[in-house]
Design a protein around this ligand. Structure first.
Ligand SMILES: [Zn+2]
Length: 246
């Protein structure tokens, strides 16, 4: 019985080999080394070494249906060759990640595996608890329950702040915990993350909508927005216009 069903299921290694040949029909492929890793998220990585494809996938992909693995193979291999993956592959990939049970599993895995570092709100220069209290009063009518607040371990230039729903924590880049950084800039990054608490990500859309229209409208209410953005731009001169991961 098992043998019979196995015939109908294409192993992930063969899927990756087949998609590779679509992109590089004349390049000899000696084999595919596929390993599932216990990551805290749906991460995956691919590398080309000595005519072999080395693929590392989060074990969250282990139970994924073959068409979803095929979509993932397209995305990873296209990325490796700096090409855009076919649109239907991207759609299938996102649809699967957005499925309720998949999101639920990911949330659980993140909670149990991801050791979240929360330093506490008091930094060297700025206290996030104080600033949170002020912003809560000024913009949220004191209605927002305080999440965990902390500074990132490493001073990230590309992610100045993020809200982590699975740990209910707002983490700001420790790059901002500096007396040389204006308080207004810190306030703005924290305000932006507080808006993420207020406007949860819309998972129903095939493409996750992170900064929705109401989100952006409310962001404009921040007093000194232009000045704060300018300060952050100077701070992250090397980074591009995308300051937040979410
Ligand atoms: Zn954001």
């Amino acid at each position: 019985m098992q043998l019979q069903t196995a015939l109908f299921i294409e192993p992930a290694e063969e899927i990756f080999a087949r998609i590779f040949r679509e992109y590089r029909p004349r390049t000899p492929l000696a084999g595919v080394d596929l390993a599932f890793k216990r990551y805290a998220n749906a991460n995956s990585a691919i590398a080309w070494r000595d005519s072999r494809l080395a693929v590392k996938l989060s074990d969250l992909w282990q139970g994924a249906p073959a068409p979803v693995v095929e979509a993932l193979a397209h995305i990873l291999i296209a990325k490796m060759f700096r090409k855009a993956p076919p649109a239907d592959a991207s759609t299938a990939y996102r649809r699967w990640l957005n499925r309720k049970e998949v999101r639920h599993t990911m949330q659980l895995v993140k909670q149990t595996r991801g050791r979240k570092y929360v330093s506490g709100p008091a930094g060297k220069a700025w206290n996030l608890e104080t600033i949170f209290g002020e912003l809560n009063g000024k913009y949220f009518g004191n209605l927002m329950a305080r999440p965990d607040l902390g500074w990132s371990r490493r001073p990230s230039r590309t992610t100045l702040g993020h809200y982590d729903p699975s740990h209910h924590a707002i983490i700001l880049s420790s790059l901002l915990d500096d007396p040389a950084v204006s308080r207004l800039a810190v306030e703005y990054v924290l305000y932006h993350e507080m808006l993420h608490l207020k406007h949860p990500v819309d998972h129903r859309a095939a493409r996750r909508r992170v900064h929705t229209r109401p989100f952006r409208d409310e962001e404009k209410l921040f007093e000194g927005l232009a000045e704060a953005k300018e300060a952050l731009k100077r701070l992250c001169a090397s980074a591009h216009s995308h300051y937040w991961s979410a």
